[in-house]
Design a protein around this ligand. Structure first.
Ligand SMILES: *[C@@H]1O[C@H](CO)[C@@H](O)[C@H](O)[C@H]1NC(C)=O
Ligand SMILES: *[C@@H]1O[C@H](CO)[C@@H](O)[C@H](O)[C@H]1NC(C)=O
Ligand SMILES: *[C@@H]1O[C@H](CO)[C@@H](O)[C@H](O)[C@H]1NC(C)=O
Ligand SMILES: *[C@@H]1O[C@H](CO)[C@@H](O)[C@H](O)[C@H]1NC(C)=O
Ligand SMILES: *[C@@H]1O[C@H](CO)[C@@H](O)[C@H](O)[C@H]1NC(C)=O
Length: 384
């Protein structure tokens, strides 16, 4: 009897308290549904892009954004594949009209990055002292956290709980090596250069020499939980993660053992594999990293990834696995980085690899902002 009364009361308290409570990784958030969008198509000689004008009100503030579609983190020979349970693959196309970058109308030097998940916007507005995040409410909230059934959640990076999960590292020797080789001195998010010709020139020069072409794998947990089994959503999420890491890399200064400074190191995706089912394999030496019903810890997952990558022909600068498996001890990611962007180490054919999870075993689903930070961290190979 007493228990019933308490449950009833807690429901009563939750309902009026709509926009402004806390959940898992957020001390404060608001929910809303209305974004006004107008679109136009801009054609140029050999391409076309969508221009979107977005207006919405959240945190008692009116936002007005101008966004253009497309991405520049897909490598020239980029290909994406869906993988079925028996390992058969199907090639798929990426929809670049789901990916956007732009700026705030009230201050055009504020960078905005965005993508669409199913029909819902995910937006990051990088202001000088805070980052606003908008994303589908279903990514974070149970229906009890969202009594008005709003489609979107809004938060700021200052609303994230500081007590997040941690990243682990393997191979202490190679980690020292990577730390000395690629030490990020300054990690600044800079706004995009609006001078198109200069930007293009700079980008081309960098792309030839200083680009790490990655392979990205989404396992079935990530595909079914974070991507809601929609491969277009999945590829948009993945590309937005790489765009974020790429932007941070390009605006970072890396210094090697001999104090040579490297600027403008970028990331691209060469290959994307999305597992649409758990994998069954007859190999009994090692559980497949995408097998069903395994109780993983982070090192087992890494070992399995490395084992199965060792059969691969083509080597990438780094292979990154995205999962939604909640790792014990709140581990959000592990990196085993053996020579990122520096070519193969003499005598070694081992590949660099890393993984990140979108779920913290204690606080639950990460926000997109936290995922972007964790993902970017996975290449620096330093303890957070
Ligand atoms: C506009 O945004 C830039 C970059 O975030 C910031 O440095 C600048 O102070 C902002 N200007 C105004 C008037 O808010
Ligand atoms: C950012 O700056 C604005 C005013 O420029 C201020 O109202 C806001 O509280 C600041 N946010 C943080 C997290 O400092
Ligand atoms: C919440 O909204 C979704 C789509 O807008 C709808 O499918 C669902 O039935 C709604 N749920 C409730 C409890 O109203
Ligand atoms: C990064 O930002 C800080 C302050 O925000 C500034 O002092 C520093 O010069 C910036 N570094 C680079 C490489 O732009
Ligand atoms: C873009 O940069 C180039 C080279 O620095 C310069 O000549 C040109 O005037 C700039 N254009 C604009 C619109 O600022």
């Amino acid at each position: 009897m007493i228990i019933q009364v308490i449950l009833f009361l807690s429901v009563l308290i939750l309902i009026p308290n709509v926009s402004g409570h806390s959940v898992g990784n957020l001390k404060y958030f608001e929910t809303f549904s209305a974004i006004t969008v107008t679109s136009r198509l801009k054609r140029s000689r050999d391409s076309q892009e969508l221009i979107k004008d977005l207006k919405f009100t959240v945190f008692k503030r009116n936002f007005h954004l101008i966004l253009k579609s497309g991405t520049n983190v897909l490598a020239k020979d980029f290909h994406a594949k869906l993988v079925e349970a028996d390992g058969r693959t199907t090639s798929v196309h990426i929809d670049q009209s789901l990916l956007y970058t732009g700026y705030l109308v009230e201050n055009t030097s504020v960078l905005v990055s965005a993508h669409i998940e199913d029909t819902l916007w995910t937006i990051q507005i990088h202001e000088y002292n805070d980052t606003y995040g908008i994303e589908p409410a279903r990514n974070m909230l149970k229906s009890s956290d969202n009594p008005l059934n709003h489609t979107l959640i809004a938060y700021r990076s200052s609303d994230l709980t500081e007590n997040a999960g941690k990243c682990a590292t393997l191979h202490s020797e190679s980690n020292d090596w990577i730390k000395q080789y690629l030490h990020p001195h300054h990690v600044n998010i800079t706004s995009e250069n609006h001078n198109q010709s200069r930007e293009r020139l700079r980008r081309e020069t960098y792309l030839q020499k200083n680009t790490c072409v990655m392979s990205i794998i989404a396992d079935y947990d990530f595909f079914s939980i974070r991507c809601h089994s929609n491969y277009l959503t999945c590829s948009a999420i993945i590309i937005s993660l790489v765009e974020h890491a790429d932007r941070i890399f390009r605006s970072s200064k890396f210094v090697d053992l001999w104090n040579t400074i490297y600027l403008g190191i970028g990331l691209q995706i060469g290959h994307m594999l999305l597992y649409t089912a758990p994998t069954y394999t007859s190999d009994t030496r090692m559980s497949h990293f995408n097998a069903k019903g395994i109780l993983w810890d982070s090192m087992d997952k890494m070992n399995s990834l490395e084992y199965y990558l060792s059969f691969r022909q083509k080597h990438y600068c780094i292979t990154h696995l995205l999962t939604s498996y909640p790792m014990p001890e709140r581990i959000l990611g592990v990196a085993d980085v053996k020579g990122i962007c520096c070519g193969a180490r003499p005598g070694g054919t081992v590949q660099s690899c890393s993984f990140t999870s979108s779920i913290d075993s204690s606080s639950g689903h990460l926000t997109t902002q936290q995922m972007k930070q964790t993902f970017t961290h996975a290449f620096f190979s330093e303890k957070s």
